[in-house]
Design a binder for this molecule. Structure first.
Ligand SMILES: *Cc1c(COP(=O)(O)O)cnc(C)c1O
Length: 407
């Protein structure tokens, strides 16, 4: 028996997180399954941003660096974010982009393992993670990038560090971070996790990892261009030296000394002036997260993704869709990916009918399920509309064939 829409409405009525949906701005007639790309806007974000602009910048001007706490925002915000990834206070610095956070973490790891000349990077990872490592290795010289392939085969005694994403952005597959971290460290290398598709999707535990990076604009709902974060395990705080030695990471930034000396602790992972305005929506979002039970978030995420897989298999069976995401909930994040040879026009037709997912070349339809604001009825409607698009072949319409710049 297939679950009905009324059953889904009943699940929504019992959902312990249901009140949180009202804290987000969601356009009518939109089923927003792209929270894994750009999270929805917290209602409080606009007032929080306006307050920083008018009251802090407008009234305090340059004094805001002290009086409004701008200078310490990367660390104070890092302390607020830390519990979401299993980190403690003084272990997370917020700022820059994920691409830049990767440079910091990988360059620090390379220097902590002198003599080891290989950086292992997953070819299936999000492209920027690979591009940045390639550029870093080229600039430093004498290093080589090795594809992850099979982990146990790649872990020789020349490997300095391994960079992997906890959740694969394309397939939604989730790796066993504890097991992978233990194997990498047993081989004498350092483990760096990219948490872009984990943070805010469920309770992450980086406590054993050496470094971690991630963004805040996906499941953390901090808005377009929101700052990224970098985590460093406390055992590395005294020794780790990242290569972007900017003045905010200096031990005495306002002494204006001629040479660089790294600050104590996680501050050495900051670089330059923080993007103060972008911290406002992030902190508004963290106000919500501080009230949320991450176990309830994970339970709902598993329920939503399982329901979507079940419905897609029942309703869309005849239309050549393949579920790419692992069926075992333990092995997936909060996203479901489907493969279809005409995935691009299918997604365009879906979006035209109010179901917003995205497309990743060559043939993947991605659907992200942000448990704070997605309902069970949304899952039901999305699957039903997908079945209709496929059954009626709406996707064959000429206007869906042309690719837009951002897919
Ligand atoms: C989204 C994402 C990024 C984004 O990098 P930016 O520098 O913040 O644009 C990086 N890596 C992964 C795995 C991602 O999913």
């Amino acid at each position: 028996m297939t679950i009905s829409r009324a059953d889904c409405a009943a699940l929504d009525a019992d959902d312990p997180l249901k009140h949180l949906r009202d804290e987000f701005v969601l356009p009518d007639e939109t089923i927003y399954l792209v929270g894994n790309s750009l999270g929805a806007m917290p209602v409080a974000a606009s007032a929080a941003t306006a307050r920083v602009v008018t009251e802090e910048w407008g009234r305090q001007l340059v004094g805001g660096w002290n009086s409004a706490g701008w200078f310490d925002l990367p660390l104070t915000t890092g302390d607020r974010l830390a519990p979401m990834i299993g980190a403690g206070p003084g272990q997370v610095a917020v700022g820059d982009t994920t691409s830049i956070a990767i440079v910091k973490a990988v360059s620090a790891a390379m220097r902590l393992r002198p003599g080891r000349r290989v950086v292992v990077s997953d070819l299936a990872n999000f492209p920027t993670d690979r591009y940045v490592v390639e550029g870093l290795v080229k600039a430093v010289g004498g290093y080589e990038v090795r594809d992850l392939g099979v982990l146990d085969e790649v872990l020789a005694d020349d490997v300095a560090c391994v960079l992997m994403s906890e959740v694969d952005y394309r397939t939604g597959e989730r790796h066993d971070t504890a097991a992978v971290t233990a194997r990498v460290q047993a081989a004498g290398a350092l483990m760096i996790w990219d948490l872009c598709h984990s943070a805010g999707a469920y309770r992450v535990d980086v406590s054993q990892a050496d470094f971690a990076v991630g963004c805040t604009y996906k499941y953390l709902n901090a808005g377009p261009g929101a700052p990224a974060f970098v985590y460093a395990h406390p055992r590395h705080h005294a020794e780790a030296e990242q290569m972007l030695t900017g003045w905010h990471g200096h031990a005495a930034p306002f002494a204006f000394e001629p040479g660089y000396r790294p600050a104590e602790g996680i501050r050495r992972f900051t670089v330059g002036t923080p993007h103060v305005l972008s911290f406002a929506p992030l902190n508004a979002s963290l106000d919500i997260w501080e009230r949320v039970d991450l176990d309830q978030v994970r339970a709902k995420s598993v329920a939503l993704t399982s329901l979507f897989i079940e419905l897609v298999e029942k309703l869309c069976a005849p239309y050549g869709l393949e579920v790419v995401t692992p069926r075992d909930p333990e092995r997936r994040g909060s996203q479901v990916s489907l493969r279809h040879p005409d995935g691009y026009p299918v997604m365009r037709a879906l979006i035209d009918r109010g179901v917003h997912g995205d497309f990743r070349a060559p043939d993947i339809l991605r659907f992200g399920f942000a448990p704070l604001y997605i309902r069970y009825v949304d899952v039901y409607d999305a699957a039903a509309i997908l079945a209709e698009v496929l059954d009626k072949e709406h996707w064959r319409d000429e206007r869906y064939q042309q690719r837009l710049a951002v897919t």
